[in-house]
Structures are given as C-alpha cells and as structure tokens.
Design a protein around this ligand. Structure first.
Ligand SMILES: [Fe+2]
Ligand SMILES: [Fe+2]
Length: 316
C-alpha cells in the first residue's frame, strides 16, 4: 500500500471541495485515478452508444416513405454521429485516445447501450425509437447536464436539446401513423410491444444490483439512481401512450395513488444480461458493421494525417 503524500492529500481535498460546492471539474484539474477511469468508461460507453445507435435507424433511410420523412431521419441520424463526436472529444480531455476507444468497442472490451441490439422491423420502429428510446435517453441525460465533469456536462446540454427534437419527431410520426389505416396502427402497436421493455432496461440494473451507483452519486457524476429515472420515464410515458392510443405491453401497469407513481411489472433481467453478453438479435451485426466502417475509413484517416504532416513541414 502506498501512503498518500502530502501534496496529493491537498489535491484530493481540493477535488472533494469542488464537488461539495457543486462546481465543475475541468481538464486542468487534478483528478483521482478512480474518478478519471470512471468518467472515461462512462463517456466512452455513451459515445459508442451514439455511434452504434445510428445503425438501427440508418437501416430505414433509403426506404423512408416520403422525402420529408427521409430528410428528418437523415438529420436525426447525423445528430447521433455528432453526439458521438462531442463525447469522444470529452473523453480525450481525460487523456483517452479516440482510436484506442474505437478498438475497444470493436474488440468487445467496451460496451454500448444494449437497446441497439434489437432490430428495426418496420418504419413504425423509427417512430417508436424516437418516442421511447430517445425519450429514455433524455430522462437519463438531463441530470447529466449537471454532472461534475465540465466537458461532459456541457456536451450534454446541446445533446439534450437535439434529443428532444428526436423525441418529438418520433411522437409526431407515430401520431400520423395512428391517424392512418388499421394496418399502420397495427405496426405502431407491434413496434411499441417490442421496444417498451428494452427501453425500461436502458436505465440499467435495479439499484440493489448496481455496483457503481453509490460511488457515482458521491462524485456527482450521476444525480439520480437507475430506479428513480426508470420510474420517471414510466410516469412520463403512460399519458403519452394514452394520447397516441397505443397499449403499453404490461398488464401490471397501474396508477398507485399512495406512491403517486405508476406501478409496473417485473423486468426480465435475464434477457438484459443475455443481450449484454452479446447474445441479442443484432450484437454481431452491429459490431461487424462498425468494424467495417472503421476499416473502410482507414485510408481517410491516413490521408488526413499525411496531409497534416506535409503542412507542418511546409510551415517550418
Ligand atoms: Fe443522441
Ligand atoms: Fe437521439
């Protein structure tokens, strides 16, 4: 065991004081190794989720039913690419290397949100992803705008604004389909049935089984527990489902007047763990596609690096 040296104790006190005062930690500040590692892991996982999340919806760009829907979907998928890039930049301020993070994703050493391992079977899935998946992302991310790490918190402000556009476009698309034919209404209901439970899983394991929550709350990296955020999402979604006219696939869903929250049924955590282990319907395909994109883009990165070297030499 190494003893904490005098200057380090002082730095640690400053770090804790910054968190106590609800101020942000910045790249120039001294950070304990555990905090740095946790932040890199969380930001990288978030960045990977944005980038992998482009795939399920990107699948529908060429088959969008109108020019308007295509333009909206294209803009949304591009936003997700942008979110990934802000977040990789935030991870770089902590000393992470972007190429190394991509390698870790492709080699299965870092995770992304397991929601993106489910397939998009019809165009209604595009609407339901906007409504539920981006909706859950907003619940998770709004409190992160006050996260203790400055670059992450600031990236989250812009990301949340764009996520709320994503959520609305999804809801508006579903409203349009619900006013259409019976066949369209059936598609919306079917997509809702498939995405509802995986959306609830997006908040992570129950608090009792979430090993990192306590430390992340103490560091103010996280502001609410998984179960609190999940409850908030359920409470928000039930009235929205009523407006849409779809049924959420949970017979146990009911208003609890004492708690002033909706009760809901048990989540199938075995399914969650199974998808997390790589056995979801699309895990292999998602990672293979990301690997191919990285390999196909290698010449662009090499050319850009060669150009930068040449310019640097010329400027000498
Ligand atoms: Fe996003
Ligand atoms: Fe989004």
């Amino acid at each position: 065991m190494t003893a904490i040296t005098e200057p380090e104790a002082e730095l640690l006190a400053h770090f804790e004081h910054t968190i106590d005062r609800d101020q942000r930690l910045e790249p120039r500040d001294w950070l304990p190794e555990g905090y740095r590692r946790t932040m890199i892991r969380q930001i990288a996982q978030h960045a990977h989720s944005e980038i992998i999340g482009m795939q399920p919806e990107g699948n529908w760009i060429t088959r969008a039913p109108s020019l308007r829907r295509k333009a909206i979907l294209l803009a949304k998928v591009q936003d997700e690419a942008g979110h990934g890039l802000y977040l990789y930049s935030a991870a770089e301020t902590l000393g992470a290397d972007r190429a190394d993070l991509t390698d870790r994703l492709i080699n299965g050493r870092q995770k992304y949100s397991s929601i993106f391992n489910y397939p998009t079977l019809t165009f209604a899935d595009v609407g339901v992803i906007g409504w539920l998946v981006d909706g859950a992302a907003i619940c998770n991310q709004v409190p992160l705008c006050r996260s203790s790490y400055g670059p992450y918190a600031r990236a989250m402000i812009r990301i949340c604004k764009e996520e709320s556009f994503h959520q609305r476009q999804g809801f508006e698309l579903l409203m349009t389909m619900m006013r259409g034919t019976q066949g369209q209404r059936d598609m919306v209901q079917d997509a809702t049935n498939r995405w509802w439970w995986p959306s609830l899983m997006m908040f992570g394991p129950p608090d009792a089984e979430s090993p990192n929550t306590e430390q992340s709350m103490a560091w103010k990296v996280k502001r609410h527990t998984n179960d609190e955020l999940r409850q908030r999402f359920v409470d928000m979604s039930v009235p929205q489902a009523e407006v849409l006219g779809v049924t959420l696939p949970d017979p146990k869903l009911s208003w609890n007047a004492d708690r002033e929250h909706y009760d809901f049924g048990a989540i199938d955590w075995d399914e969650f763990q199974n998808v997390l282990r790589g056995n979801g319907p699309c895990n292999t395909q998602r990672v293979a596609q990301r690997r191919k994109a990285s390999e196909d883009g290698a010449w662009v990165r090499e050319a850009a690096a060669a150009h930068a070297r040449k310019k640097a030499q010329g400027d000498e």
